[in-house]
Design a protein. Structure first.
Length: 192
């Protein structure tokens, strides 16, 4: 592809090279709001314990996260938590029940030949079906669409953070971190 900028302005991927993010495994995900703005609510102290009080957008973020397995039946959810300006969650991809590795996604109809060429070029850099990126793109999209009815300035940070969970000890440590995230809010790196 001899484009005008020849990938000069392309941001390098933060994903692990040579790792298939559609592969069975557990992934610790963090997605931040744009400028880390507190779009989801606030942490308050109730009887000397921190509690997340979600606003309408926070409730949407929670609802749509919990519905991920309905749209991606090969995904199970580990612990997850909506925080004032980010979402933590564990996605567990388990495709053992998918027959013939079929993951269906639809594209718009191609009318002109030049559109076909563009779509082929874009498909080489677009998230592949059944991957963490596709799942999160769908999640962020549905939250954004619905959040805009409440607050037109809502936005996500462009990327997301991921960590491939490699063993049960790490899995349990991350599950505990997510579970205790609200209690430890003032020590959280996203607090300010």
């Amino acid at each position: 592809m001899n484009g005008k900028f020849q990938n000069k302005y392309r941001i390098p991927s933060s994903r692990l090279k040579n790792w298939d993010y559609g592969k069975n495994g557990a992934y610790f995900i963090t997605i931040c709001t744009g400028h880390r703005e507190h779009f989801f609510g606030k942490i308050v102290s109730v009887n000397h314990q921190n509690e997340m009080q979600m606003n309408e957008i926070g409730k949407l973020a929670l609802q749509f996260w919990s519905e991920i397995p309905k749209h991606f039946p090969f995904v199970e959810l580990g612990n997850y938590q909506i925080m004032p300006n980010h979402v933590h969650g564990i996605l567990i991809i388990d495709k053992k029940y998918i027959v013939d590795d079929i993951v269906v996604e639809t594209l718009q109809c191609n009318v002109y030949n030049e559109n076909v060429i563009k779509k082929v070029q874009m498909s080489k850099i677009s998230p592949k079906p059944g991957t963490v990126s596709t799942i999160l793109r769908s999640y962020k999209s549905v939250v954004t669409k619905n959040a805009h009815y409440i607050h037109t300035d809502f936005e996500w940070q462009e990327r997301f953070h991921d960590h491939i969970i490699r063993d049960s000890e790490s899995f349990e440590k991350i599950q505990s971190y997510i579970e205790n995230n609200v209690a430890n809010w003032k020590e959280d790196k996203f607090y300010n």
